[in-house]
Design a protein around this ligand. Structure first.
Ligand SMILES: NC(=O)C1=CN([C@@H]2O[C@H](COP(=O)(O)OP(=O)(O)OC[C@H]3O[C@@H](n4cnc5c(N)ncnc54)[C@H](OP(=O)(O)O)[C@@H]3O)[C@@H](O)[C@H]2O)C=CC1
Ligand SMILES: N[C@@H](CCC(=O)N[C@@H](CSC=O)C(=O)NCC(=O)O)C(=O)O
Ligand SMILES: [Zn+2]
Ligand SMILES: [Zn+2]
Length: 369
C-alpha cells in the first residue's frame, strides 16, 4: 500500500514528505494506522547524525498512537480496531531479560531493531524500489507502519491519540525514571537538570512520589513557570549562578540531593548531576542521550563516598504492562499531559516541529495525519 511518510534521507537534512510503499504484516507483525506522533529530542538527535545507530534513509518517530488495521499470522493478542501505542522497548515476556524481572530492556528484537529492520531482517518500507529503514522499531512519522506484536501496548479506546501518543516516550520516560528506576521516596530532595519534554515529566513524577524540594536547573528562564505548575519548588538558571553550580546546589539542598536526574544529554551536566547528589547515599540517574564519542567522567572518590550513578531507558517501564496503566492515569486526571503539548501540526509541517525544539520554543510538538 502507499503511505505518507516524513523520510529522513540523510543526516542533517530536513525530512521530506513522500509517498512510500509499505508491505503488509508478516508473521508476528501488525499493521497500524498512526493517528498522531510526538516529536522527541531523540528524533532530532538521530537526524543530526550524532547517533551511532543512526541509519538513512529511514522513517523516524517513536512516540505514536494509532489503530490496528491488520494482523499477521500467529498474532493472538491484538485484532483490527484495537487502539495501540508502539513501543521502542518491547516486552516479549519470554526472553531472559524479561524473565529476569531485573530490567525492562527486552532483548528479543533489539539487534534487528538497531539495524532498522523487522525481526526477519527485512524492511517493510520501500521508496522508488529501494529499501527505506525502520527506526526504533516504530517509525511513527508515517500514517501507516508495521510493528511487531510484542512492541505494541493495547490501550483504552476513549483515550485521545493526540495526547496519549506522548506516553509512547516522554511521559513514561520521565515519570518512570522517578518511580521505577530511582524509586524516589516521600520527603526526598530532587534536582532535575533540563526542564524540557522529559525533565518536566520527571518533576511531575517527583511530585507524585511525594518529594520535598524539587529543584529544576535550566538555562531557559521561560521553563520556570510551567515547571512550577508540575511541582517545581526551586528554579535555578545555571547561567545566573555565580561560582560553582555544584556547590550552589549542594548548599541549596543542605548537603546534596537524595536524587538527581540529567535530562539533557550533556556529559558535563551528567557529572554535575552526580556531584550534587548527597554524599553517602545520593543517586544520580542519567536519562539524556549523548552523541557518538561522548564519555562521562568523575573522580572515583565521588562513588567511593557513596554516590550512585545509574541510567534509565523508557523510564524502566515494561511497555505492554505499564503503558495502558499510564493511559488510565491520564484519563483519570492523575497526570497532566495537556499542558506539555504546546504545538499540534499536520505531518507536512514536521520540520517546523524540529525547529521549535531547536529554538527551545516547544515542550512537545505532536504531528497528526
Ligand atoms: N533515556 C531515555 O529513555 C530517553 C532519553 N531521552 C533523551 O532525554 C534528553 C531530553 O529530551 P527532551 O526533554 O525531549 O529535550 P528538550 O530539548 O525538550 O529539553 C532539554 C532541556 O534542557 C535545556 N538545556 C539545554 N542545555 C542546557 C544546559 N547547559 N543547562 C541546563 N539546561 C539546558 C534545554 O533548554 P533550551 O530549550 O533552551 O535548549 C531544554 O529546556 C535528550 O537527550 C533525549 O534524547 C528522551 C527520551 C527517552
Ligand atoms: N542509539 C543510541 C542510544 C539511544 C538511546 O539511548 N535510546 C534510549 C531511548 S531514547 C528515546 O527517546 C533507549 O531506550 N536506549 C536503550 C536501547 O536499547 O536503545 C546509541 O547507540 O548511543
Ligand atoms: Zn523519545
Ligand atoms: Zn523480552
Amino acid at each position: 500500500m502507499d503511505v505518507r511518510a516524513a523520510v529522513a534521507t540523510k543526516a542533517g537534512a530536513p525530512l521530506t514528505i513522500e509517498t512510500v510503499q509499505l508491505e503488509g504484516p508478516r508473521a508476528g507483525e501488525v499493521l497500524v494506522e498512526i493517528k498522531a506522533s510526538g516529536v522527541c529530542h531523540t528524533d532530532l538527535f538521530t537526524l543530526s547524525g550524532d547517533d551511532p545507530e543512526g541509519l538513512f534513509p529511514a522513517i523516524l518517530g517513536h512516540e505514536g498512537a494509532g489503530v490496528v488495521v491488520e494482523v499477521g499470522a500467529g498474532v493472538t493478542t491484538l485484532k483490527p480496531g484495537d487502539h495501540v501505542i508502539p513501543l521502542y522497548t518491547p516486552e516479549c515476556r519470554t526472553c531472559s531479560y524479561c524473565l529476569s524481572r531485573k530490567t525492562n530492556l527486552c532483548q528479543a528484537i533489539r539487534e534487528t531493531q538497531g539495524r532498522g529492520v523487522m525481526p526477519d531482517g527485512t524492511s517493510r518500507f520501500k521508496m522508488g524500489g529501494k529499501e527505506v529503514l525502520h527506526y526504533m522499531g516504530t517509525s511513527t512519522f508515517a500514517n501507516y507502519t508495521v510493528v511487531p506484536e510484542i512492541a505494541l501496548a493495547k490501550i483504552r479506546e476513549d483515550a485521545p491519540f493526540e495526547k496519549v501518543c506522548y506516553i509512547g516516550c516522554g511521559v513514561t520516560t520521565g515519570i518512570g525514571a522517578v518511580i521505577n528506576t530511582a524509586k524516589v521516596e516521600p520527603g526526598d530532595n530532587v534536582i532535575v537538570f533540563g526542564l524540557g519534554g522529559i525533565g518536566l515529566n520527571v518533576i511531575q513524577g517527583a511530585r507524585m512520589a511525594g518529594a520535598d524540594m524539587i529543584v529544576g536547573v535550566d538555562i531557559n528562564p521561560a521553563r520556570e513557570a510551567l515547571a512550577r505548575k508540575f511541582g517545581l519548588t526551586h528554579f535555578v538558571n545555571s547561567n545566573e549562578v555565580e561560582g560553582d553550580l555544584v556547590q550552589y546546589l549542594v548548599g541549596l539542598t543542605k548537603g546534596g540531593a537524595d536524587h538527581t536526574f540529567e535530562c539533557i544529554g550533556n556529559v558535563k551536566l551528567m557529572r554535575q548531576a552526580l556531584e550534587c547528589a548527597h554524599k553517602g547515599w545520593g543517586k544520580s540517574t542519567i536519562i539524556g542521550v549523548a552523541g557518538a564519542g561522548q564519555e562521562i567522567a568523575t573522580r572515583p572518590f565521588q562513588l567511593v563516598t557513596g554516590r550512585v550513578w545509574q541510567g534509565s531507558a523508557f523510564g524502566g517501564a515494561r511497555g505492554r504492562t505499564d503503558v495502558p496503566k499510564i493511559v488510565d492515569w491520564y484519563m483519570d486526571g492523575k497526570i497532566n499531559i495537556d499542558d506539555l503539548i504546546t504545538h499540534v501540526m499536520p505531518i507536512d509541517k514536521i520540520n517546523d516541529a524540529f525547529q521549535l525544539m531547536k529554538d527551545g520554543t516547544s515542550i512537545r510538538s505532536v504531528v497528526t495525519f
